[in-house]
Design a protein around this ligand. Sequence first.
Ligand code: ADP
Length: 319
Amino acid sequence: MASSTGEKGLIVSFGEMLIDFVPTPPWTLARHCPGGAPANVAIAVSRLGGRAAFVGKLGDDDFGHMLAGILRKNGVDDQGINFDKGARTALAFVTLRSDGEREFMFYRNPSADMLLRPNELNLELIRSAKVFHYGSISLITEPCRSAHMKAMEVAKEAGALLSYDPNLREPLWPSPEEARTQILSIWDKADIIKVSDVELEFLTENKTMDDKTAMSLWHPNLKLLLVTLGEKGCTYFTKNFHGSVETFLVDAVDTTGAGDSFVGALLKQIVDDQSVLEDEARLRKVLRFANACGAITTTKKGAIPALPTDSEALSFLKD
Ligand code: ADP
């Protein structure tokens, strides 16, 4: 329920925000785009009319201040952002393979996002979250890993619903085994987990994409497990029911950020009424809207510029 003052519940997203350098015609040029899954989720929530805050660390450099400005411009609370005096904002260099898929190389040497320390966390902000969302990149190294663990603990103790999208970026991890171990090490803390089909295969080491494989990731405290399947929509699992919801046919030009848009739309719709998670018909409606937001995001280039507003999503659903 919304608070008695009518204020909407706050969704706090924790983790990295960085600059992607994306090749652009005539391919010797690159344009820089803001990126980072947790930041995308915060902006997705805010564009849809929800209340969002971002917690993370940026370099005290032009890129860092530009990224903080993008969050503010999109209505995201920036009181959880720290700036590191020494390290630079994280950078990713994107190359396009001949089959159209993207490959990433990262500047993390270490970058500012990895240097967030537990004592730098804005605990008051984290305690005011109704939903606390995070990924797994912040688990890769210290001190950010300890900051991640503390933020999660504080949010949980204060009663927040924990939402986890591992958002695997395999090249960033020392090895696939390390990625699997660390990602799964915080699995049973989350109330909601969203994985893509690629992550499901990676985490379970099973190529059979069926309900049994997905359910092998179930844990007893989980309220909702989601597997997103790109143009095939998503499947959902709760204690009492499971099923799938189709997405929409669109001319997809760039799928970057589709999963973050989906997650933002999901969290924005459940933050003030978590009973949705126990009612299949209502949950299916919520997932239809989340699929619509994911689909819309694929129709434009880049992640943040493609995240829909509430009215864009509603008029897409009316057409
Ligand atoms: P991720 O970006 O995390 O890999 P997906 O690619 O599965 O996640 O996309 C998330 C959601 O976005 C999907 O469940 C679907 O609703 C929507 N989506 C993604 N790609 C397409 C597409 N090509 N056509 C329509 N909807 C899509």
